[in-house]
Unconditional design. Sequence first.
Length: 381
Amino acid sequence: MSKRPERDRRASGATPSASASGGRLHALGAALRTGLFRTLAEDDHRAAYWVRHVRIGVLVTEISALAVACYVLLTDEVKARDPLLLVIAVLVMAVTPAILLLPLRAIMYDWRGPALFYAWSIVTAAVIIAVTHLDGGSRSPMDALLFLTLAFTAVAYSPQGVVAMGSVMTVMYLVFLELPGLDATGGFFLTVMGVFTLICAMASANSWAAYDQQVLLIRTQKLLASTDPLTGIPNRRLFLDRVAGAVDASAWGHRSVVLLVDLDGFKAVNDAEGHAAGDALLIAVGAALGGAVRETDTVARLGGDEFGILADVTSGTSAALLAERLREAVAATGARQRVTASVGLAEIHPGDDVEDLMHRADVAMYRAKSSGGDRAQSLDA
């Protein structure tokens, strides 16, 4: 056995354990980035939720700044530094509403949403640390505003983001207010901040888990509502929605066609072999029709043994050729049971009514069936 790979690995200085450690660190870093910059919104409803959240945050910040101003004006404990504290409070009240001028709805769809909240929290924490320092350090009641900021993170950030922001605030408090003379009171405060950060992270995790579960349930319901339970392909409801979209697209020159496929001789299969055999044939036909069209086209079961196909028409593929390909696919699939297909097609024109369009395809299909079946028919000249 050649030992060249081992020599190469030794020459490069790499070891299996180092490589595995590097892979774990890379995976950990990727997971951390994903958690910190998780997309906040995937639809308009969720984006509107976060915009409301920003507005609430602005309101909370304004009230907090007003409370600081009132504290400065009403307390007797603040001496020479009260003018600067008052200036900071007024600046916060004046500047914070500028956040509402940002394109909030748009930035909630990408990394800018989490970045906005992180930047906001860091600046807020820095201001709180500054006013606490000006008001006498750890003896000031201003540091309680850090807990208010942490509570806001619990309902806005991912769990990773909550831990990150809580850690940043704790370190800032330790460095700028406690060191180098950390005492028991400071240690107690830092411990409480750490525990409160964990509680906020747990609340965030529960909130996001509930949201993810809700999204999963909604998507599952939508999927079940638009999918045929037997064949697993789209049902009539979804098919008609896509046909309506194709009618709208035809106004811009997009050509497409609706084809209705009705099985010939299917009842005999149920009568002779049972409904289980009929169901198996329907599943096979659905798969065969799907294999005869492109991935961008739609194959749906409209009910019973009738299928619908919505397909694009290009210069290389005419509607008639597509109908013939579908007919051949069904004939090959149902050859053993002597099941074929009658295909009716109707090209989509701008301004078509969906119901009238489906009726044209249906009439064409019945003409094909009345002519003996196993053929395609179109009403379009």
